[in-house]
Write a protein that binds this ligand. Sequence first.
Ligand code: URA
Ligand code: SF4
Length: 226
Amino acid sequence: APGAQRFIPPRADTIDELRAAATSCQGCELYRDASQTVFGRGGADARVVLVGEQPGDLEDQKGLPFVGPAGRLLRRAVDDAGLDPTGLYLTNAVKHFRFELRGRRRIHQTPDRVHITACRPWLVAEFARLRPEIVVVLGATAAKALLGPAFRVTRQRGELLPWPASAEHPEDFTRVPVDSAGGVADAPPARLLATIHPSAVLRADNQDIAYQGLVADLTIAARALA
Ligand code: URA
Ligand code: SF4
């Protein structure tokens, strides 16, 4: 069957074990042209998980999420929102870079539903290990992965939503086994907040207003933690 699930070792108890296993994922076609899997990064005790779309060109080369221009903007916004950067885990809905070659340039292509669905087991596995208090969904692709295709970021951004927020994706990661002995977390359910993607800020006609909107949404997450 397609999808990442069969590449996830049932005994991978930690994020590091998941990351190691993800290097050889062939759950969809995207591994063929990309340089490497770009897994999430951040502390195992992170209280907040930020979910982007997919690695960009630079992330694909470096093997780390959010190291390019969007990542720089995101870090500034996190700081301005008063979120503790050491309590964050950054990841993506899709873990390989999807692009189109134009000459020698690699042009970003939005992942399709098949890629989002194929890669989703990695995201669920990350959540199960991390058990964050708040999941921040950055943009439409991550929203599709976690909230289903009907969710509109523009309409519901900045609202703290209960998890699981979608009938289409009802898994409650607080009840997914977190160790190979079948242990189940007793953490309270996480909450979820959607906002725009930092790349959308970089593309906006008025970058200042778009940036302030991103910071305002992240501030709601920061206050919810306090
Ligand atoms: N955009 C994303 O969504 N993720 C990254 O890691 C970089 C840019
Ligand atoms: Fe596996 Fe996700 Fe990469 Fe597809 S995009 S090969 S599912 S890690």
